[in-house]
Design a protein around this ligand. Sequence first.
Ligand code: GTP
Length: 412
Amino acid sequence: PSVPVVPTFTPTIIRRKLTSFVGFSNLPQQWHQKSIQQGFDFNLLVVGESGLGKSTLLNTMFEVPVHNLDTPHTYDSESIQIQTTNIELEESGVKLRLNVIDTPGFGDNINNLDSWKVIMEEIDQRFDQYFEAEENLSVGLSGTAKDPRVHACLFFIEPSGHTMKPLDVVTMKKLHKKVNLVPVIAKSDTLTEEELAQFKHAVLSELEAQEIDFFTPPTYLNDDEETKGEVSELISNIPFAVVGSTSLVVNKEGNAVLGREYPWGVIEVHNSEHNDFLKLRSLLISGHLEDLRDNTKKLYERYRSEKLLKLDVKQDDSVFSIPDPAVRQEEERRNHEERLAKMESEMRAVFQKKVTEKEAKLKSSEGELYSKHREIKEQLDRQRQELEQRKLQLQQQIQMEQERRARKNVVR
Ligand code: GTP
C-alpha cells in the first residue's frame, strides 16, 4: 500500500528584541511566589538496620522530633513494615511538607532476602499513584494532587570498618534505578579517622563494582567556580560519614554545641572536620532538594515508559497472537460442552419448577376437599341430632296420649 507523503514543514522562528517592558520577565518571580505559597513536598525514604541512629539523625537534621527517641521502633511481623510520618515545617515563610517513610524491621529477621521487595513495592505504588493522578488530570478530574513520589532514599550503612553487608548491597542494587540513593555511613564516630577513610573507600569500590548509581548533584552552565567547587567537594565525599545528636555538649572553645562527648574529647555534629553531617544536609535540603526532585521526575519518566511499554506489549499479545489449531479445537469443544451443560441445567430447573407448582396445586385441592367433607359431615350430624330430638318429642307425645286414653277408659 502506498504511504501518503507528508509535506515537511519547517517553522520559522522570528527573534525580536523588545523595546519596552511587557512583563513576562516576571515569570520566574511569579513561579517563585506561587511555589512559596503552595509549599514543597519532600518524601524521604529511610532504610537501615535498627539502632544505626536513623531517628537521631533525622531529628538532628530537621531540628524537630521527627521520631520519638525514647521509643525505639518495635515491630511484630515477620517482614519489614512501612511507617510514614508527615510533618509540616516552615522556615522564613517557606513551607516544607516532610514525609518520612521509615522501614522498621529491615535486616532484623532471620530471613531478610525479601526485605527489598516491600520497599520496592512502596516506591512503585507511589509512582503508580502519581501516574493515576496524572491520568485524571489529563481528563480534568483532579488538579490538586500532592506529589507522592519518593524523592530520596537515605541508606544507613553499618560502620563495620570492613565491608558492606550483602543485604545492603542487594537492596541498593534493586532500588537504585528507581530512587535517588544517598548512602551514609552511620555512627561514623565509632571508627577512627584511618578506619573511616578505609571503610569509605571500601564502600565506594563496592558500589562501583556492583554498578550501583547513587545521587550526585548536577552543576549548571551558569554556576560560578565556587559553586562548581562545592558540588565536586560534595561528590568526592560520598558516602557521607555522619554523626547525629540532639544533645548539647561543651566543646574545647567552651561553646555549647550539638555533639557527642567522649573521654578524649567532643565530636561536633556541625563541624565538617569531624563528620559529613553538613554535607548531607546540603545535599538533601539546603543545597540540592530541587535537584533531587528534578531527578525524581527523570526516574519516574523511566518507570512510566516501562509501564506503558508493558501495557502495550500485553495488548499486542492479545490482538496479534495466532492460536494453535489444536488449542482452538479444544477450546471449541470445551465451549460446546459448557453450552450443553448450561442447557441441561436450565431444563432441569424448568422441570423442577413445574413439579413444585403441581404439588402445590394438589395440596391446595386436597385441603379444599378435606374441609368440604368436614362441612358436610357436620351438617349431617346436625340433621341427625335434630331428627333424634324430634323422634324423642313424638315418642313423649305418644306416651302422653296413651296415658290419657287409659285414664278415660278407667273413668267410664
Ligand atoms: P530504631 O528506632 O531501632 O530503628 O533505631 P534507630 O536507627 O532510629 O536509632 P536511634 O536513633 O534510636 O539510635 C540508637 C542508639 O544509637 C541511641 O542510643 C543513640 O543515642 C545512638 N546514636 C544515634 N546516633 C549516633 C551516632 O551518630 N553516634 C553514636 N555513637 N551513637 C549514636
